[in-house]
Design a protein around this ligand. Sequence first.
Ligand code: ZN
Ligand code: ZN
Length: 434
Amino acid sequence: MGDGYGAKTTKKKKKSGGKKKKMAVEQTLAAKSVCEWVFLESLSAPITSADGFGVPKSHTRFADKMIFELHSHSTCSDGVLSPFALVERAYRNGVKVLALTDHDTMAGIPEALEAARKFGIKIIPGVEISTIFSPRGESGPEEPVHILAYYSSCGPSRFEELEKCLANIRDGRFLRAKNMVSKLNNLKMPLKWEHVAKIAGNGVAPGRLHVARAMVEAGHVENLKQAFNRYLYDGGPAYSMGSESLAEEAVQLICQTGGVAALAHPWALKNPVSVIRGLKAAGLHGIEVYRSDGKVAAFSDFADTYDLLKIGGSDYHGKRSHYESDLGSVNLPVLALHKFLQVARPIWCNAIKDVLQNFAEEPCDSNLQRIARFGKIKNLQGGLLSCGKDVLDLCLSSWLTIEERQTIDAETLSLKLSRAVINQTGIEVSVTSI
Ligand SMILES: [Zn+2]
Ligand SMILES: [Zn+2]
């Protein structure tokens, strides 16, 4: 969801001389700082990233024109492309930083990270959480709200906690899709549950889009838009609620697990002011403001009023319709990403600190795998790392800048891990503690 209807957008206005110069300096500094972060991992990783894809190695080649994509979906939720194919498309479209934000699952992140290493782009592990906002003490209806969560390369610091919440929502989606099918059947539109499940794919929690596709295939409607506009819209005759958590709770959970929380497509909300105000109080960091048709003035103003980050992305699903924006089509200024990173990096740094500290306190397999959950397994398998300290060094150098590393008591952690031996047996790494 998230095609904006009727919201005004603004194009950049001309700036006067002095102001323009100041902007240019600011922009150059932001680009430099963003570049440093984008290349952190590829510069420190012992494994080279390019293998036949001609990935540019030099920073300078694209410092002036960087494309960031902070909202996208794969086959792990209701997107059409696999995480690998999505990353490939992002690469072809010139995207340098891609956030994979599937609905209620992070299942696609490892594959996306693997692909990103090949194509030389940076992945922000993300998820778009389906929630319900219920206005307290204010009039207005409950409404579905999508919250984007962005994590550092090692993912959430308390992954199990987040996963439990996401699994609940996914279970609810199965039930919800079944309810929608039975509502359609009652509306004299016979549809088989198996049909919807088959469209969603093996193990994928079905969403409204999958139901809509089944409706098109069964000939009940002409296209997806008609399916949504007539039957599946929020509160529509075949609409059904899932078992989403409360929006405020989701925002709090994101904050507690080391993520950045942002409100997705606020233009799709009935009561955006009440949602933004409520979620800001819960710890919301940002809202989507940029779309492929420009910056949405009204939400940019809200972001200023409530001191929120201004971000945006295409919400690409690969629907092959002209209504959908292509991956990387949103012109997110480098300054916006810089501001996003200024907020995100201290949060991510603390999450990384947590994960590494747990490993140092208890250098066991499960804590090691928590570190390697989203992608450093390769280096462990390569025989390059022989003790816990090597893992620590690799993580610190690939995840944190020199400045950030100084905020961590690496010496104490190193000492604790220097005698934790890792035996190389693939993913089944065993660690003996001191
Ligand atoms: Zn959404
Ligand atoms: Zn989305």
